[in-house]
Every structure is written in C-alpha cells, then in structure tokens.
Write a protein that binds this ligand. Structure first.
Ligand code: ZN
Ligand code: ZN
Ligand code: ZN
Length: 258
C-alpha cells in the first residue's frame, strides 16, 4: 500500500498524516497561543473534508458557525471540484440540502436549501456526505471535529491543513512525474502520462501512419496534447468530467510558518 499523504500545519509548519494532523491541531502550541492572543466573538467549527473513496485527498478547515452550507459548498467547489456548474448536495443525517433544491422528491423528505447556517444543522462528531455532480459524481465525507467559541476570524473559511500533492508518476516510463491524466483510463493503471512519453507515443503513431501511407505527401510532425487529456491536480475530482484544477488555490498548501 502506498504511504498515506501528509500535510503541513498552518501554524507551526510541522508535517503529519490526516489523522495525525487532526490530533496535532488540538495540541499545537503555536495555534493555542494565536487563538489565545486574538479572542473574538466568532464561533467556529473545525471540519475534516476528504474523498469518500480516496482519503489521500483531505482538508482540515476552521469555518464560522454563522456561515451557511452554501458557503461551504462554494469553498469545496473553489478548491476541489468545480468544472461546469453541476448540482451538489449535502446529506446530513438523511436530509438532503441541495444547491438548487427541487420541489418534489420520489420518497422521504423533500430536499432543503443550502442557505442554512451551519450552527443550525451541525454538531460535533457528525459525519456528513457531500456530492458534486449527480452524473460523474465526486463524493466527499465531512467530519465535524470540534467547535470553538470566542474565536476571532475574518474569513468565513480558514484552511488549517491540506494534503500535499501525492507523488504520481507516469504510467508509461514509471519515472517522470505525471503531468496529464487520460480520463478514459482514470479507473485503471494506465491513466498517467508525462509529456515526454506522450510526445514519443504520438511520434510513433505518426511514423506507423506514414509507413502505411508510403508515397503520400510528407506531413510535418507537430505535437499537441490530445484535447481530452486533463492536467494532474491535487483534487479528488482529478481526471473527471472537464476538471482542470483550482483557479483560486495552488495545489501545494503553504503554512504560515515553515
Ligand atoms: Zn502545528
Ligand atoms: Zn463538469
Ligand atoms: Zn513518462
């Protein structure tokens, strides 16, 4: 089994695995002194967000309890999933909260709106589900780790830690870092390509093509990345639909102190 991904603590820069970080954040001295020095009126939840089927991708965030599910949805879209404006939903104890709630449902309670404050729906210890895109779905789990009072927090959401980008190597040469993912192979072993192997593969195809059409006019070799290839990125939605990574957040989380 591959080693678990690790990430840096925002406050002290130390590196831990997902579970190690959750534990560390309750004890981090730098964090404690910063929280003690700037007491305020905000209540905040600490949430752990991770891929339901690939927990190598994880985030630990501190979010105001007056923020709404919509705010959390926006943050998740911005950092991890937004490709073409698909629908999304939270599942909180069986109740759905949708980005565009439909009036009727086939069974059970009709979905509610995401315009709903976290403090009215969350409690410590809860595990919620999140789905983005009901077609090629990205499923996340969200654990409510903690709640704190008397915090001073300017932004609605603050990232406390995030997994460093996993090391993904090219499936062809097994050597170079992968730069591209072939979405038609996302669920098998051959999904990842470095640029050198992709160009070599394209060259070979062209040479075979030319050998088959001997006597035809010479075609100048011009290498282009196939349009349907997607960039490797630090997200559980990598290689799905048209997902090309976040415009707002770099793949590598940079702590305040290194
Ligand atoms: Zn720390
Ligand atoms: Zn899409
Ligand atoms: Zn390669």
């Amino acid at each position: 089994m591959a080693a678990q991904t690790r990430g840096f603590c925002k406050y002290c820069g130390k590196e831990y695995t997902k579970a190690g970080m959750a534990k560390h954040l309750t004890a981090c001295k730098e964090r404690k002194s910063i929280l003690a020095a700037a007491k305020g009126k905000d209540g905040c939840y600490e949430l752990m967000v991770y891929g339901k089927y690939n927990s190598d991708y994880w985030l630990i965030v501190q979010i105001k309890d007056t923020a709404t599910l919509k705010d959390l949805d926006k943050f998740i879209r911005d950092i991890w999933v937004e490709c073409c404006g698909h629908l999304s939903a939270f599942d909180i104890s069986g109740q759905l909260y949708e980005s565009m709630p439909s009036a009727d449902s086939f069974w059970g309670e009709p979905p509610k709106s995401m315009v709903c404050k976290l403090k009215n729906v969350l409690s410590v210890g809860m595990l919620l589900g999140y789905e983005y895109d009901y077609g090629s779905t990205t499923e996340l789990s969200i654990k409510v780790l903690d709640h704190m009072d008397n915090v001073s927090q300017k932004d609605k959401v603050v990232i406390l830690s995030r997994n460093n980008p996993p090391d993904i190597v090219c499936s062809v040469c097994g050597k170079n870092p992968a730069e591209w993912v072939d979405p038609t192979h996302i669920y098998d072993e051959n999904a990842f390509w470095c640029e050198a192997c992709m160009e070599a593969g394209a060259r070979k195809d062209l040479e075979e093509d030319m050998a088959a059409h001997e006597g035809d006019e010479f075609v100048e070799f011009e290498f282009e990345i196939p349009e349907y290839f997607l960039p490797v990125c630090n997200s559980p939605r990598m290689g799905v639909c048209g997902y090309e990574g976040s415009n707002r957040y770099p793949d590598q989380f940079v702590p305040d102190k290194k």
